[in-house]
Design a protein around this ligand. Structure first.
Ligand code: MN
Length: 731
């Protein structure tokens, strides 16, 4: 989250810079040997160039510097200098063993092996990739840490390679190295890699975020400065010294939040994070108490990773509060040691003086995996074990071929199917998770291998919308449903019109030939024939409305209309209404009735819809059009009529009466408190009815006047915010 460690590419860096850095934490290291390792690397890479046009040696120096920043031991630093010589030059491992020492040679050999893993090959699959990494890690965890430093610098200088290579390397980093860094607890490396991946995989999003974050920089810097000052003073009041840092969150975490919530940058408010570092655990909790009494904490956002550390050893208190300017800010509280562990993870335990074994003690899980690895031959079994260990962030789901997909928590096999391809999602009939059939609602867990079962005959259904969690899947399903609905309406419309045409001894084909079909839709102000079929099929237009625009049928229709025998009662009535409507045209109805300009409209009492509610209209004999909520079930019983498409008139401003019921704990003055809340937001109360309930509860029914549904919602949530209020609902 905080880039306290800066891993930027350094152009003019020398071996002496690295040595000076190591001296700050390990003054008794063998620097002559370190210079010798560097000299061997420089000699071997002589004449080689980076894609950036720089001398190759600049890369190993940067890698070694990253390792020094992570405070790694001397062998790791030297392996950083020499990490590419076996692969890219003619140096043999035995040369390193002789010239430097066996331990450095072993790390370099491990790195050379990793670099030969073809991570993208489909045949090997993701499970095998992880398996190889785990094997490399278990032999010596430093191999993977040096590898991460190597990848960090390669990502830092990725702009010099081709676009295709950028995407490929960034994807591989996100698939493999980010989960590993996360699992090893090296958060500084993890978040830096994530941001770099975002930059090269979605440059548009990355630069838009960078611009937005930079835009309000001076304002935000002031805000950060002020907040730090306030925090510092509050803590000093209680006699506590602290180190406080504040900065915007990493782009990748903002990006993840945007995609998870499906919102735009403007809607993400909690982009600032602060870190308070104090000297011991007692002070951590004391600090938390002080912060919570000074600022309002957001419920559900407090996490105690001190009492219960994360699997990767991370410890800290996390909370989120409403900051001094009413913005949400995240605050992490931890000790110095915890901070070092958080930044450098496993590397922090890697005390240069203590040797390999103390470092490895923290990595029981790698040992266990290695042991396990020797006893299993099958990848899926191996992944079963790995899955819990890589469980950080979203869930990682594998295809049977070993490709990995990251989905959000709570994702189902259906989400996974749509993540693979919308065609796979649409045809999904079931799924096997780790070889077993599961229901589509099954909640996937990290490491699950999911095989999607498809059928040619399957199509998405409406209830899938309740199953899927990802916005991608939801959108695809909705698009499909809409398309199917239009197709259905088109078929129905075609059929209805064909039937009608036949009655007049003609056909769609014949009319089309005569050019009369075009006149029919143009007369009804539609844009094409399909649109006309759809309108008829969905009931937006009546067959009659179309027929009367067909010149050759006009005369026949007029004749018929006189006798009116063909039309049903209701049809006659709807015709009368539309004729009446055309005569007197006033635009002051709350509801617009499709096809008919202005018309007598009555709001149904049974469900009392207000603007914003989904609605449906019914033409009823003698009473015009009644408007019900789409969900109302009563309309079918009492009234005989015909559906008509209706919608709210956006230009119509009128207060609609609506009843709300408020259940409260019985407390003196509660009625006036609620009434005041309603009145203060400018909403009129028509009447109020109070009743006492058992258990010392009260029930109030308010008849209020609101403009629309959103105003009603606002009022309800304001009333609900009183602590005495138990529930608020519409009646
Ligand atoms: Mn390298």
């Amino acid at each position: 989250m905080f880039k306290s460690l800066d891993f930027s590419h350094e152009r003019d860096i020398t071996v002496e810079d690295v040595i000076r850095k190591v001296q700050t934490y390990y003054p008794e290291a063998d620097f002559d040997l370190m210079r010798k390792a560097f000299a061997l690397a420089e000699e071997s890479h002589k004449g080689q160039m980076r894609s950036s046009g720089e001398e190759y040696i600049i890369h190993p120096i940067n890698v070694a510097m990253t390792l020094a920043k992570l405070r790694m031991d001397a062998d790791s630093i030297m392996a950083g200098f020499l990490h590419d010589v076996v692969e890219d030059c003619d140096v043999l491992p035995t040369d390193i063993e002789k010239e430097i020492n066996p331990s450095v040679a072993m790390i370099v050999v491990g790195l050379t092996k990793i670099s030969k893993i073809n991570f993208r090959s489909k045949e090997e699959g993701q499970a095998e990739n992880f398996r190889k990494m785990i094997v490399a890690m278990a032999k010596d965890i430093r191999v993977v840490i040096v590898k991460l430093a190597d990848r960090m610098h390669n990502m830092r200088t990725l702009q010099y390679v081709s676009d295709a290579k950028q995407k490929k390397i960034a994807q591989e980093t996100l698939d493999i190295y980010v989960p590993l860094a996360s699992r090893l607890g090296i958060n500084s490396v993890k978040s830096e890699l994530e941001d770099l991946c975002l930059r090269f995989m979605h440059p548009d999003i990355y630069y838009r975020l960078a611009e937005k974050v930079a835009m309000k920089k001076s304002e935000r810097d002031d805000y950060i400065g002020d907040t730090i000052e306030i925090l510092r003073e509050k803590l000093l009041d209680h006699g506590m010294k602290s180190e406080i840092k504040g900065r915007p969150k990493h782009f990748y975490s903002i990006y993840k939040k945007m995609t998870a919530r499906g919102v735009d940058f403007e809607q993400i408010h909690d982009i600032l994070a602060f870190r308070v570092i104090v000297s011991n655990i007692t002070q951590c909790y004391k600090t938390l108490g002080i912060i919570h009494s000074a600022f309002t904490p957001i419920p559900g956002r407090f996490k105690d990773y001190i009492a219960i550390p994360k699997v990767n050893g991370y410890q800290s208190l996390h909370t989120m509060v409403i900051g001094p300017k009413a913005e949400r800010i995240e605050i992490q509280i931890r000790t110095d040691e915890m901070d070092e562990v958080a930044e450098t993870g496993v590397a922090a335990h890697w005390k240069y003086k203590e040797g390999i074994h103390s470092g490895r003690a923290k990595l029981d899980w790698v040992e266990q995996l290695l042991e396990f690895n020797q006893n299993v031959t099958n990848n899926s079994e191996f992944m079963d074990v790995v899955k819990n260990d890589l469980n950080v962030g979203g869930v990682f789901i594998f295809t049977p071929r070993g490709d990995v997909f990251e989905l959000r928590h709570g994702a189902t096999p259906l989400d996974f199917a749509f993540a693979i391809h919308s065609e796979v999602g649409s045809r999904c009939v079931g799924a096997k998770v780790n070889g077993k059939m599961v229901p589509l609602r099954y909640t996937l867990r990290s490491g699950d291998t999911v095989e999607v079962l498809t059928s040619k005959n399957q199509t998405p259904s409406k209830d899938w919308l309740n199953i899927v969690k990802s916005s991608r899947a939801k959108t695809k399903i909705k698009q499909h449903l809409l398309k199917v609905e239009r197709e259905n309406h088109k078929e129905i419309g075609k059929e209805l019109l064909e039937k009608a045409f036949r009655k007049y001894d003609t056909s769609t084909k014949a009319l089309e030939k005569a050019g009369e079909l075009d006149k029919a839709y143009q007369g009804s102000s539609l844009s094409n024939v399909d649109e006309m079929f759809i309108n008829v099929g969905s009931g937006k237009s009546t067959v009659h409305q179309i027929l009367k625009h067909i010149p050759s049928l006009k005369a026949k229709l007029l004749e018929e209309q006189k006798s009116k025998e063909e039309l049903s009662d209701i049809d006659q009535y709807s015709q009368k209404l539309s004729q009446a409507a055309r005569r007197k045209s006033h635009k002051d109805n709350a509801v617009i009735v499709d096809g008919l300009d202005d018309i007598m409209v009555r709001i149904a009492r049974c469900c009392n819809p207000i603007p914003g509610d989904p609605i449906k209209g019914y033409i009823t004999r003698g009473r015009g059009i009644t408007v019900h909520t789409a969900a109302c079930t009563r309309m079918d019983q009492g009234e005989m009529g015909r559906d008509v498409h209706v919608e709210w008139n956006p230009d119509f401003n009128f207060n609609h009466p609506v009843n709300i019921r408020v259940i409260t704990h019985d407390k003196p003055g509660i009625l006036s408190t609620i009434s005041k809340t309603i009145n203060n937001s400018g909403v009129n109360i028509r009447s109020a009815l109070a009743k006492s309930l058992p258990d010392r509860k009260g029930s109030f029914i308010f008849e209020i006047e609101v403009k629309d549904y959103s105003e009603l919602l606002k009022i309800c949530s304001q009333v609900e915010s009183h602590e005495e209020v138990i529930s608020v609902g519409r009646v």
